[in-house]
Design a protein around this ligand. Structure first.
Ligand code: PLP
Length: 360
C-alpha cells in the first residue's frame, strides 16, 4: 500500500509510454536532422502539456532538472531584494543562497495559515508555497502585495486547479515526480517571459538561453505526459483522494476517542490539499511507527523533515507551534492517482492493530 505520493508519486502509465518512445530515439533536440526534429517535437509537446496544467503560456516554461534547481534559479536572480519566505516553505526555498543567514520568515498560525506582515512592497521577494508538502495546507497571496512573488507549486500541481494568471505569482515551479512523471525533470514558469530569470546554468543556449545542457528528452516527455494525465483526471483525483483522506481521518478520530489516545490533525481547519493528512498521536514515536508500517508493507511518511534517511523535528510543525512531543509522533499519509478504494480502511486496520503497542 503506497500512501506517500507527496514524497514521490508512482510513474503514470502515460509517462512511461512517452519516455519509452523518447528513449528509442537517438537524438539531440538541437540537431537539425529528422531524429533531432522529432526529439524537439517531444520537448515542445511536453512544454504545451506542462503549460496547460497551470493554464499558462508555453513560451514561459523553462525545463530544468528538478524543483530544487527551479527554486535556486528563481530566487538567486533577485538577491538584491529583501527575501521573505513563509516559515513553512520547503528547505530548498529556505536554504536559497545569497540572502542573509537570518532571513526573516513570515510566521504562520497553528493551522499553518500565514500571518502577513504589512511591509511587502516592491523591494520584497516573497516566497509563498501553494501547498505544504507535510500538511497540505495551502494559502493565497494577499491581493494588494507589490512584492515579486515566487510560488512553489510542486505539491499543488495536479492536485488542485492552477491558473497562472489568478494565483498572484510572478514565477512558479512544478516538479515531474510529484505528479506521476519521472524524477529529474521540473519547470520554472513565468506569468510572462519578462519575469523569467536569467540562466543559472549557462552552456549551449538551450531553453532559449535559460538553461544550458542537452535536454533530458525522455524525462521531459514523461513529465509532459504526466501533466496531461493529471489535468484530465483532476476532478476524479480530488473526489477519490478527498474521500479516502476524509474517511481515514474520521476513522482515526473514532479510534483515538474509543482508545483514549490524544490525536491532532495538523492544519485541519485550514484550506488543505485533498490527498494529504498529517496527524500526531501523543506518546507515539514516528520513527518506530514507520518501521512497523514498512514491515506491514505500508509506505507512509513521518511528518518530520526527512532527508537521507534522517528524521529530525519538522520545521513546518515547529512553525505551527506544535509541541516537541506531538511533533515526534507526527505521521503523514498522502494518497494519489493510483490509490485504491480500500486504502483508507487498510491503513486504519494497521493503526488499530499496531498503535496500542507503539504508544508509550
Ligand atoms: N518543493 C516542495 C514543496 C517539495 O515537496 C519538493 C520535494 O520534496 C521540492 C520543492 C523539491 O522538488 P525536487 O525533488 O523536484 O527537487
Amino acid at each position: 500500500l503506497y500512501a506517500d505520493h507527496n514524497a514521490s508519486a508512482p510513474l503514470r502509465p502515460e509517462a512511461r509510454e512517452a519516455m519509452l518512445k523518447a528513449m528509442e530515439l537517438p537524438s539531440n533536440p538541437s540537431s537539425i536532422h529528422g531524429e533531432g526534429r522529432r526529439a524537439r517535437g517531444m520537448v515542445e509537446r511536453a512544454r504545451r502539456q506542462v503549460a496547460a496544467l497551470v493554464d499558462g503560456d508555453p513560451e514561459t516554461v523553462v525545463f530544468l532538472s528538478g524543483a530544487t534547481e527551479a527554486i535556486a534559479m528563481a530566487l538567486q536572480a533577485r538577491q538584491n531584494c529583501i527575501f521573505r519566505p513563509l516559515a513553512t516553505e520547503h528547505a530548498a526555498v529556505l536554504a536559497a543562497h545569497g540572502f542573509d543567514e537570518q532571513v526573516k520568515t513570515i510566521p504562520v498560525d497553528s493551522s499553518g495559515t500565514p500571518q502577513w506582515p504589512s511591509d511587502m512592497g516592491e523591494e520584497v521577494l516573497l516566497a509563498v508555497q501553494m501547498a505544504n508538502s507535510e500538511t497540505g495546507v495551502s494559502s493565497p497571496v494577499p491581493d494588494d502585495t507589490k512584492a515579486f512573488t515566487f510560488r512553489d507549486a510542486v505539491q499543488a500541481a495536479g492536485k488542485t486547479k492552477i491558473q497562472m494568471a489568478e494565483i498572484g505569482a510572478n514565477l512558479i515551479c512544478i516538479s515531474s515526480h510529484k505528479l506521476g512523471g519521472p524524477q529529474g525533470a521540473a519547470a520554472l514558469i513565468g506569468r510572462t517571459t519578462n519575469e523569467l530569470p536569467p540562466a543559472l546554468i549557462r552552456g549551449g543556449g538551450q531553453e532559449k538561453g535559460r538553461r544550458g545542457g542537452t535536454e533530458n528528452v525522455a524525462a521531459i516527455a514523461g513529465f509532459g505526459a504526466a501533466a496531461a494525465a493529471a489535468m484530465d483526471g483532476l476532478d476524479d483525483f480530488q473526489a477519490r483522494t478527498g474521500g479516502l483522506r476524509d474517511s481515514f481521518e474520521v476513522g482515526l478520530r473514532d479510534f483515538c476517542a474509543t482508545t483514549g489516545l490524544e490525536c491532532v490533525v495538523h492544519g485541519e481547519t485550514a484550506c488543505r490539499l485533498p490527498n494529504t493528512s498529517c496527524f500526531s498521536i501523543a506518546g507515539l514515536d514516528a520513527t518506530t511507527a514507520l518501521m512497523a508500517s514498512d514491515l506491514a508493507g505500508i509506505a507512509i511518511s513521518s511528518g518530520a523533515a526527512c532527508s537521507s534517511g534522517k528524521v529530525g523535528k519538522s520545521h513546518v510543525l515547529a512553525a505551527m507551534g506544535v509541541s516537541d512531543d506531538m511533533a515526534r509522533g507526527a505521521l503523514r499519509i498522502s494518497f494519489g492517482w493510483n490509490s485504491e478504494p480500500d486504502d483508507a480502511g487498510r491503513l486504519l486496520e494497521f493503526l488499530g492493530k499496531e498503535l496500542p503497542q507503539l504508544v508509550s
